[in-house]
Design a protein around this ligand. Sequence first.
Ligand code: C2E
Ligand code: MG
Ligand code: MG
Ligand code: MG
Length: 277
Amino acid sequence: EAKSLGRGQVQFFSESMRQKLKGAALLETDIQRAIQHNEFELYYQPIFRIADGSVAAFEALVRWHHPDKGFVTPDSFIPVAEDSGLIMQLDLHLLEQAAKQLQCWQKTIKTPFRITVNVSSRHFANLDFVSFIDNLYQSYQLKPGSLCIEITESGLIANLSLATKIIEGLAPHQVKLCLDDFGTGYSALGYLHQLPIHVLKIDKSFIDNLKDGKNNPLVEAILTLAVSLELDVVAEGIEQQSQLDVLKQTNCDYGQGFLVAKPMPAAEAILYLNEHK
Ligand code: C2E
Ligand code: MG
Ligand code: MG
Ligand code: MG
């Protein structure tokens, strides 16, 4: 907020705002440098079939090995990257890393599984994303259906027809689309049946409420909605056995959470997969 200091003098930024902007600018340069130096590593968290605990997919989650700050988790830099637009470059860098990993795993693992990658909904406002994914499938000879993209809903509804076109552009590779953190955002349900998406991921905050074997009417409603729209459902952030029990009773097919497995480096993930086929 602009603040008048008297005679023709206007102070546009408070000192704390100035520091914040400076911090964000430094972080941007740092992220660019880090991409070049390969400091970002993808960790993989299993998404399992609730019925038998077998692995259906891995969600790729970025970690930053920073030369000074050490091990950095995404919440401290993804929002800045998102605001500055740098997320476009970072996402593509990480998608390529995930594709490389998938190619490597597909050589030895015969059971089908997916890697799901989080991307900014900004990509769903530009058809370039389709050709990028085309190239990725060709360069890394990915199997159809092996890649899933996670996005939050808000960015999609901004331009529904373009987003739809982009999702349809990915269809030849059977790229699945997952709405992440479902239930927390806009949730204008009207758009749901218009979008060619495949998976709803129920936000952790709803799973937190599944205590003492009690169901949450919202979780039930989402599951019912998913059945009628023929969508898969993943429950994220399962931390307690009682939550898993409730989800089993309500016929939720897929789950993810610290109770079963935390995100882990690729070398550990492949061992986990071999033990939970
Ligand atoms: P998200 O996509 O909703 O990912 C789920 C987050 O919850 C992850 O945090 C995961 O480690 C954490 N989680 C999983 N199970 C549990 C549980 O049982 N309990 C608790 N307390 N947490 C659990 P993480 O890895 O710190 O990622 C945070 C967010 O950063 C992600 O939320 C996603 O929005 C974003 N993000 C992560 N990696 C990427 C990426 O490669 N690209 C982009 N664009 N965003 C990313
Ligand atoms: Mg996610
Ligand atoms: Mg989520
Ligand atoms: Mg999230």
